[in-house]
Write a protein that binds this ligand. Structure first.
Ligand SMILES: *Cc1c(COP(=O)(O)O)cnc(C)c1O
Length: 236
């Protein structure tokens, strides 16, 4: 058995049934996606618009039917790239600014589509990672979003990336902050005040190759795993 299908099979055995595995195929050729597909994987993550678009085109040009592949966009998305991404993805996990959320709403309205998104919560201690602060997320949900500014956006939950470190306590601390904000938002949802904007809020996407076990233990229901499945990324 190849490494890719072997890794997917092992992950499927290991992950609890309620956890969605997003296979992160960025920086790997479309052949790797096809191999994972052959092993039963259906949800894939990409972080660059052009690369995502090229892979979708390549799959569409093939004889085999890959139409049940579900793509998640997980990288920084510039608003001038929306048309390469939004027609093809089932979720944008990496909404990291009000500006992007507004542009997605605009695209959804113009195209008559609802777009599923996660809000990226900046939990890592590095400054380089994208994302909202806790205050920004709460302000967004109880302000603009609650008052109906984003009718074509379905806010499905939170996404986060822990600090890149071998110190497990730091990673646990980052993930705990995401879980705590998630629970705070679910309490708002249950209060009934924000039930329209929060009605679809049910997803916690955190955990990657080096920390997915901790993530699952702490309550993630979506993990995004690249290297463990596909090997080291190939820059092409
Ligand atoms: C690349 C990437 C992943 C996967 O990382 P691995 O360490 O290869 O598992 C997950 N999430 C995001 C947002 C990424 O950019």
């Amino acid at each position: 058995m190849s490494h890719i299908s072997d890794a997917i099979r092992k992950l499927r055995e290991e992950l609890p049934s309620g956890v969605t595995l997003v296979a992160v195929s960025k920086f790997h050729p479309v052949e790797a996606v096809i191999e994972a597909y052959g092993a039963g994987q259906r949800v894939f993550g990409e972080s660059r618009p052009q690369e995502l678009y090229s892979k979708i085109q390549a799959l569409q040009s093939m004889q085999e039917d890959f139409s049940d592949v579900e793509w998640h966009f997980i990288g920084h998305l510039q608003t001038n790239k929306l048309k390469l991404v939004l027609p093809y993805v089932s979720m944008v996990e990496s909404v990291d600014s009000l500006h992007l959320l507004s542009a997605i709403e605009h695209w959804g309205a113009a195209n008559g589509k609802d777009v599923q998104v996660l809000l990226e919560y900046h939990i890592a201690s590095e400054d380089t990672k994208q994302g909202f602060s806790r205050e920004e997320i709460l302000t967004l949900l109880t302000g603009d979003a609650a008052t109906g500014h984003f009718p074509h956006v379905r806010i499905r939950g939170l996404m986060g990336m822990a600090t890149f470190t071998d110190d497990e306590s730091v990673v646990r601390n980052d993930f705990a902050r995401l879980m705590s904000l998630y629970e705070e938002i679910v309490a708002l949802k249950e209060s009934g005040i924000y039930k329209d904007v929060l009605k679809d809020f049910d997803t916690r996407s955190f955990g990657m190759t080096h920390d997915y076990r901790i993530a699952v233990e702490m309550g993630a229901d979506m993990v995004r795993i690249g290297t463990l499945i596909f090997g080291e990324r190939v820059y092409f």
